[in-house]
Design a protein around this ligand. Structure first.
Ligand code: DQA
Length: 146
């Protein structure tokens, strides 16, 4: 049974009330609950973690080695700034799907570049909370094909 780790980064704990015009009104708890349930329908398990701290996210990525088969990461603004997160993903050699609720390519230019994208098998953005379902599908399919 594939084991997935879903990591959400800074400010995503405020989903539901944060910039609802951009990110919608679904809370992170709802997203995590749906993600766990969807993974289950595919015969996978999913563990969800959120942190506002770069180092904590890196620790979780390190600990995923030997524990999980693949990662889904919405690193929030760290996607655009953190070479350390990118290096952490590269260091554990686990397949990773990069995820954003919003279409980062249609927003400010500083959001167009993602360091995480360099170490991801692919990127899903612009589909709001449904993106989490798409990311789970993509990662499970990738793991099955290996
Ligand atoms: C985000 C996009 C990032 O640019 C932003 O900093 C976020 C959320 C998204 O899910 O659309 O915090 O990752």
């Amino acid at each position: 049974m594939p084991s997935l780790l879903l990591l959400n980064g800074p400010n995503l704990n405020l989903l539901g009330t944060r910039q609802t015009d951009v990110y919608g009104t679904t809370t992170l708890a709802e997203i995590e609950e749906r993600s766990v349930a969807h993974a289950k329908t595919l015969g996978a398990t999913l563990t969800a973690v959120q942190s506002n701290h770069e180092g904590v996210l890196i620790d979780h990525i390190h600990e995923a080695r030997g524990t999980h088969d693949g990662l889904i990461l919405n690193a929030g603004a760290y996607s655009h700034t953190s070479i350390a997160l990118m290096d952490a993903v590269a260091s554990v050699s686990l397949p990773l799907v990069e995820l954003h609720l919003s279409n980062i390519h249609a927003r400010e230019t500083f959001r167009h570049e993602s360091h995480v994208a360099r170490v991801a098998i692919g990127q899903i953005c612009g589909f709001g909370p449904h993106g989490y379902i798409l990311a789970i599908d993509a990662l499970v399919e990738h793991l099955r094909g290996r």
